[in-house]
Design a protein around this ligand. Sequence first.
Ligand code: DLL
Length: 432
Amino acid sequence: MIWNEQMECMSREEMTKLQDERLVKLVKYVYDNVEYYRNKMDKCGVKPEDIKGICDITKLPYTTKDDLRDTYPFGLFAAPHSDIVRIHASSGTTGKATVVGYTQNDIDMWSECVARCMSMAGVTKDDIIQVAYGYGLFTGGLGAHYGAERLGAMVVPMSTGNSKKLTTMMVDFGATAIACTPSYLLHLSEVLRDEGLIDKIKLKAAICGAEPWTEKMRHEIETRLNITAHDIYGLSEIMGPGVACDCKEHAGLHICEDYFYPEIIDAKTLEPVSDGETGELVFTTLTKEGIPLIRYRTKDLTSITREKCKCGRTSARISRFKGRSDDMLIIRGVNVFPSQVEAALINVEEVTPHYMMIVDRENNLDSLEIQVEVDSKYYTDEIKGIEKLTKKIAGVIQSALGISAKIKLMGPNSLKRSEGKAVHVIDNRKLY
Ligand code: DLL
């Protein structure tokens, strides 16, 4: 079934016409309502009337995470606060959150996009879906929840954690679909196996995303659980989950192109690259009211095709992600920048700015160890002192990153100094 055949199967000419109209309207809306964008466009000498359609998009300046940081918290909002019905947030590069706001129309559009994605995974109103992404400021939980409700499915809002309860309910309720990160689903498959529940589940589909994963990992999930697993992509700045998803062909992720105009650029020259070539994905939100973004640089590396898919959809497809062009890590679904650790440690008098983050994956759960070098003035062998300082740093890190980390105190000068660009991360995770 194609959830919204009219929008998902329109001809390239019809799609471009729609995108042209929406872009012209958007640019005027943004210029009139967001001072920051107005100044940015004035600086480049672009006026809304210069934008007559998608062919003029390259005249517009890019937007980056720094723009969101510089205008923290609400500076890029285009709608009045009285029209914003929800806020979400994710990590910024320097510890300040990236805040996004949604009008009711934005929430409706978002739900429509997620419903389309779930439908690509074969989920219908007859399904029972467990949403096991985190609920809260992260867009995963509520985004998947509203999309599943829009589809008319029965939603079980599990959130993350408590895997035993989740697996028991999966069996008791006869859940037929699940939405969670791929690494968490692998972990759940182990819990199901250990509890002897694998043969008792009714699961048929999974909608997994929020972190990079490989085809191999998808096959592993499918085999262990005897289901089909689909790749859903999104980012809070643009909306949340549901920007793109793969259909039963698994031949790339269909973008909800009527709402998000994609470009692929060379991350160094910032020039567009041809279809099929890898580059950085850039999105313009064509209808968003709360926080519309023009040419937002996602930092995600992929390639695009505009060929019609065997499933019948005509929307542009992006290939599985090949990484990011910045240093953002995704640990247990949470975005983490090494610079956040640095900013947090600066406030701890007893330590030096030398640290190393070691990321691992055990039983399909991510772990983070942070090795922190203690200042010689404070270095002690006394266990009580070590415990106290470790606890203090763990608290500082937890509140800065939003996830817990194991802290290992290191003696003065024990961490390797690098001669070139400092290396602060060892990521031992094999995606599979
Ligand atoms: O992760 C939104 C989301 C929630 C997507 C649930 C899918 C499912 P952020 O926290 O803002 O939003 O993180 C966005 O996560 O720029 C990518 O680097 C990465 N990412 C998201 N989905 C995928 C995916 C959500 N399917 C950042 N494959 C993005 C690879 C992904 N990376």
